[in-house]
Design a protein around this ligand. Structure first.
Ligand code: AMP
Length: 576
């Protein structure tokens, strides 16, 4: 049974008269200690958390809860379930969690909620991040979750002209996300003030130290108002983080996502390292290569299950999404199709896959890396059932490597690296599968009725040539050539010009599609001028067109309403 949720008062509670964690309801187990990892005595370790808490129980305000629901998060991740109540209650926090665990939303949601709506345009929150890439990513994450709050988020980092950032800051930003060096620059120039900071977050604190930002961090932390709330997030706890914690955190709680060691042994576990933004491509290739039986692909959000299932269908798989937003009838229908073999891929969120028990599942694919070992075990446990050996495959983007290593450590078994198959590997694999099915037909003598034609042709041609010609015809009707596959893969990867978005059209040369058809449809149906349309690539079975990003939804909508060459092809953003 889930424990009853704990309610916390939030936001504008004056500090330091903070409500005490766990005041309402039963208090979590806690203790103060000089930790073996060098944790100072001013940090209280929170070891137990409410299990299975729902977002609706966290006490998020309506505009924030609406955005959470819109991005499709179904349930808080472990670090969120632990950190959000503590931060909402106004405590300082030390969070031990790495990228991929959902740590950004863990601090972004309470941060958004603590902003004072009467102080528009005044900088009230500061997030420090080690790199430009992370700063931009965090700012985008906060913006998405804060969509309905009207709060402005400005990222500042080295490498971008400072004037542009100064203008953005002058225009008023309640939330500033930046690298320590550039933040210092702005403080020196007076383009940023810390006087009204209510919340300050250090993201990837250990990385910032490793990059030599200690001095900048200390200066900024030392200049914050007394009453600010402070949270550090870090994947590791080197002694210098302990020192910072001791010096700056007050009445703080420590939460971590470490859990008990667990084992899985009926499953082959591999991972593929995937370049950023290339997961769909990698998934498609892995599926082509593995030719698995019934497979469950795990995604994080509802939207992702829909997108991935749709993309797989476009590539000829029978894939169905399943997530918590579908009603019972829809879910039952999808599960029935899967059980009966009418679909071979179930693209699921964790919530939807809870308790799913299908013995025949041969593969579990983690499209997104699980946040912790519990989730990994739970997902992987959907395969290798009834004494069979299953396969568990995890797709990992560069930054998530660390999380993978800690998963590996927790399960005490290696997750073996594998190389993403190339187009040539896949073509070779297809030939192999084709050959195997041919042998099956030969062994079963399943060709009666066709022998007479071969005999007849055998009078004029070598029977081996007759067989080869028949194979050629069949192969042509079944597959694109390896060259075409490679061409499509390459085109799908093309990066559009800046300000432009690349769209995918599920129709190509073979269907008689020409550039004029695309231009005609876009100018007539979406009202764009011809010169606004960018590069057009027409391949054998698919096509790509670049349109201005701000018009992309308009164009997709218009193209979906109309016909191209008498057909209604799939239209959507290309997966760059
Ligand atoms: P982070 O560790 O903050 O880099 O987050 C990793 C990924 O998990 C991001 O793509 C988030 O959008 C996603 N994410 C964060 N929280 C949740 C959640 N509760 N449910 C589903 N996805 C989430």
């Amino acid at each position: 049974m889930p424990k009853p949720p704990k309610r916390f008062s939030n936001s504008n509670t004056p500090l330091p008269a903070r409500p005490h964690f766990g005041d309402a309801g039963s208090a979590p187990k806690r203790k103060k200690r000089e930790d073996s990892i060098g944790l100072p005595g001013n940090v209280e370790v929170v070891e137990e958390i409410p299990e299975l808490i729902a977002f609706s129980e966290l006490g998020l305000s309506e505009p924030i809860a609406r955005a959470v629901s819109e991005v499709g998060f179904e349930a808080p991740t472990p670090i969120q379930a632990r950190a959000i109540p503590i931060l909402l209650a106004g405590h300082d926090l030390m969070g031990l969690a790495q990228t991929g665990t959902g740590k950004t939303a863990a601090f972004a949601l309470p941060l958004l909620q603590r902003m004072d709506p009467d102080m528009r345009g005044v900088t009230q929150a500061l997030v420090m991040a080690p790199t430009r890439e992370l700063a931009v990513q965090v700012a985008a994450g906060i913006l998405k979750l804060g969509k309905y709050t009207g709060l402005r988020v400005v990222p500042v980092y080295g490498g971008q002209p400072i004037d542009r950032q100064i203008r953005a800051l002058r225009a008023g930003a309640e939330i500033v996300v930046g690298t320590p060096g550039r933040l210092q620059d702005h403080l020196r120039r007076g383009s940023l003030s810390l006087d009204n900071i209510k919340v300050c977050i250090l993201d990837e604190a250990d990385e910032m130290l490793a990059l030599g930002f200690l001095e900048d961090m200390e200066t900024i932390l030392g200049a914050l108002p007394e009453t600010r709330q402070l949270a550090f997030f870090s994947a590791t706890m080197p002694p210098r983080i302990g020192q910072l914690t001791k010096r700056f955190l007050k009445d703080a709680k420590l939460v971590s996502i470490e859990s008990k060691r667990r084992t899985v042994d009926t499953t082959n576990q591999t991972y593929y390292e995937v370049p950023r933004g290339k997961k769909l491509e990698a998934l498609a290739r892995v599926l082509d290569m593995e030719t698995p039986g019934p497979t469950i692909v795990f995604c994080r959000t509802r939207q992702e299950t829909n997108d991935v299932a749709e993309a797989l269908r476009l590539r000829g798989h029978n894939a169905d999404p399943i997530h918590g937003d579908m009603n019972q009838m829809e879910r039952d229908r999808v599960l029935k199709r899967f059980r009966e073999g009418q679909s071979d891929l179930l693209v699921a969120t964790d919530v939807a896959a809870r308790g799913l028990d299908i013995d025949s599942v041969t593969h579990v694919i983690n499209y997104d890396i699980p946040w912790d070992v519990e989730q990994y075990i739970h997902r992987v446990g959907r395969t290798g059932r009834a004494g069979r050996k299953g396969d568990a495959i995890t797709l990992v983007e560069g930054r998530e490597r660390r999380l993978l290593l800690s998963l590996e450590r927790m399960i005490g078994a290696p997750i073996k690296p594998a190389r993403i198959p190339t187009a040539a590997d896949i073509a070779a694999r297809r030939r192999e599968v084709f050959r195997d099915s041919l042998v099956e037909v030969l062994e079963a003598r399943n060709y009666e009725g066709h022998l007479s034609m071969v005999e007849e042709l055998g009078e004029s041609y070598d029977p081996a040539e007759v067989a080869a010609a028949a194979l050629h015809m069949f192969w042509q009707s079944q597959h694109s050539s390896a060259a075409e596959v490679a061409e499509e893969v390459a085109a799908d990867r093309e990066q559009p010009e800046s300000g432009m978005t690349r769209l995918f059209i599920g129709l190509g040369r073979q269907d008689g599609l020409r550039p004029g058809d695309i231009v005609g449809a876009i100018t007539n149906e979406a009202g764009l001028e011809g010169k606004a349309i960018g590069a057009i690539d027409i391949l054998d079975r698919t096509a790509f067109v670049e349109v201005p990003s701000h018009e992309s939804e308009n164009v997709i909508g218009a193209l979906r309403r109309t016909k191209l060459r008498g057909r209604k092809p799939k239209i959507g953003p290309a997966h760059g």
